[in-house]
Design a protein around this ligand. Structure first.
Ligand SMILES: Nc1ncnc2c1ncn2[C@@H]1O[C@H](COP(=O)(O)OP(=O)(O)OP(=O)(O)O)[C@@H](O)[C@H]1O
Ligand SMILES: [Mg+2]
Ligand SMILES: [Zn+2]
Length: 493
């Protein structure tokens, strides 16, 4: 017997076997029970989430010999014929290959004839967004006044490409991505049925890669079965996908917190030398940081599509990050992921992005600047308070501005020691400081002092200020000024 792909072998036979899509299933069942069947349905949503499957189940529910029923028997001639695609009254049309006006005209003519076997004539038009404009208009006429025995089920992955006139005539159902937990449960039942022993973690990885598409998940499971034969481990799946283990991602986020670039380089070296796909690696890492960000902003548990075990680990990692840092990290990774696609040395792009993650001072994004400037402002404020002569600290993108209340109050070593007492005035003509207790009478002099000279003077005196800070054992402040090479750049009066 030829091999049948898992996703075909395990196509749901009735509504109860559909995974996820609860709201859609409930509504359709209620309509069937109450006999209020629509004449035109629109099934939208991403690939492999159950649109065609649900359309066929609805067709069976309406045409089952024991129906209309919410539980088609799958045994009568009609159900069997629909399952094998041979029932004359259930017409499946692929609009991608039959997209012209003639196809729709043909459909319209035939739709007028009553069903030959079943109760309803059901048209399932897949990828309906591919129809030409003329074909759309022809279809529209039929949708406006459909024969009583006809039900249209239009399916599309791109509802945004449909005319509003079509949308407004259909009952729309949006098929959602199926959650990782649901896909894992489904795959686990299939594995059980096939007699393959699988690790939950392995299934979670396959489900995560398929991004909510059950068909993709089952296609991957098919490959994995060929790989693992009667036992499928997490390592098998990682090898199959060319992916890295979750632990690698956890270790990297930990190293980012510790700013340990060397450790990250070691991890990348291991990843690269074991032949893993670096593009997939950076995408996994981006997703990982995205999940941490979601936890940081207290997003709904449902938005973070991971199994519970991983969720708990992510919660503890999130405690070490700020939102700003995560946003910047995601930006850096996204940029690197794009660059890796077209640059000849993807590993180098990856490595420099990873180093950037550990060096917040290099972040050239606004968020990075903001936190960096905030730290600088705080430290400079401390400096101002310590020397007691700077009334305000502010910053622009390039500068930190220390504002002195008046020119008379530029500090010297003497008044630093006794900040409350003597205030000095700059006397640029004499190039020295003199005692000045009568600030008013010297105000005029002071105003005449040229700004540039004042700044020059302050810069000359800067080592003295630093010396004084040293003497006062303000080491943290002093270090900050030295490491940041902070020097006066402007004096605002
Ligand atoms: N919600 C689901 N529950 C269970 N199995 C599903 C579901 N969605 C998809 N599948 C599996 O994937 C296969 C393909 O599903 P289906 O053809 O219904 O997807 P689709 O949404 O029509 O996708 P496409 O947009 O690619 O046409 C099914 O045979 C089934 O094995
Ligand atoms: Mg389909
Ligand atoms: Zn039946």
């Amino acid at each position: 017997m030829p091999y049948v792909a898992l996703y075909r072998k395990y196509r749901p036979g009735d509504f109860d076997e559909i995974v996820g899509q609860k709201a859609i299933v409930t509504t359709l069942k209620n309509q069937i029970k109450s006999g209020k069947i629509g004449h035109a349905y629109l099934f939208c949503g991403m690939r492999g989430t159950g649109k065609t499957t649900t359309a066929r189940i609805l067709a069976k529910a309406l045409n089952c010999e024991k129906g209309p029923t919410v539980k088609p028997c799958n045994e009568c001639d009609h159900c069997k014929a629909i399952n094998s695609g041979s029932m004359i009254d259930v017409i499946e049309m692929d609009a991608a290959s039959n997209r012209g006006i003639d196809d729709i005209r043909d459909l319209r003519e035939k739709a007028n004839f009553p069903p030959s076997e079943g109760r309803f004539k059901i048209y399932i038009i897949d990828e309906v967004h591919m129809l030409t404009t003329e074909a759309f208009n022809a279809l529209l006429k039929t949708l406006e006044e459909p024969p009583r025995h006809v039900v249209f089920i239009l399916a599309t992955t791109e509802p945004n490409k449909l005319l509003p006139t079509i949308l407004s005539r259909c009952m729309r159902f949006d098929f959602h991505r199926v959650s990782i937990e649901e896909i894992v449960k489904h795959m686990s039942e299939i594995a059980n049925d096939c007699g393959v022993d699988v690790e939950d973690k392995a299934l979670a990885k396959l489900a995560a890669v398929s991004q909510g598409s059950v068909r993709d998940a089952l296609s991957l499971l098919d490959k994995a079965f060929a790989f693992g034969v009667d036992k499928l481990s997490y390592e098998d799946v990682l090898e199959l996908l060319g992916a890295v283990s979750r632990d690698v991602l956890y270790n990297i986020s930990e190293a980012v917190v510790k700013k340990d670039a060397a450790h990250i380089m070691q991890i990348i070296d291991e990843v690269a030398s074991s032949g893993k796909d670096l593009s997939r690696f950076i995408d996994d890492l981006t997703e990982h940081f995205r999940n941490i960000l979601m936890i940081c902003i207290n997003a709904d548990r449902d938005i973070i599509d991971v199994i519970d075990e991983e969720y708990t680990i992510l919660q503890s990692i999130a405690k070490n990050f700020t939102k700003e840092r995560l946003l910047t990290a995601i930006d850096i990774l996204n940029d690197a992921s794009n660059d890796m696609k077209w640059l000849s040395q993807p590993r180098v792009v990856l490595e420099s992005a990873m180093v950037k993650l550990t060096l917040p001072e290099l972040w050239n994004k606004d968020e990075g600047y903001i936190s960096r400037i905030q730290v600088l402002e705080q430290k400079v404020s401390d400096l101002a308070r310590n020397i007691g002569h700077i009334s305000n600290v502010s910053s622009t993108k390039d500068n930190i501005i220390l504002t002195a209340p008046s020119v008379n109050q530029i500090p010297t070593s003497k008044n630093l020691e006794k900040p409350d007492k003597d205030i000095k005035t700059v006397k640029p003509d004499k190039n020295e400081y003199t005692e000045n207790k009568d600030t008013d009478s010297n105000g005029a002099d002071a105003e005449q002092i040229d700004d540039d000279q004042q700044l020059k003077k302050l810069n000359e005196l800067w080592p003295e200020v630093l010396n004084e800070l040293g003497k006062q054992k303000k080491m943290a402040l002093l270090n900050f000024i030295k490491v940041g090479q902070v020097t006066p750049c402007d004096i605002k009066l």
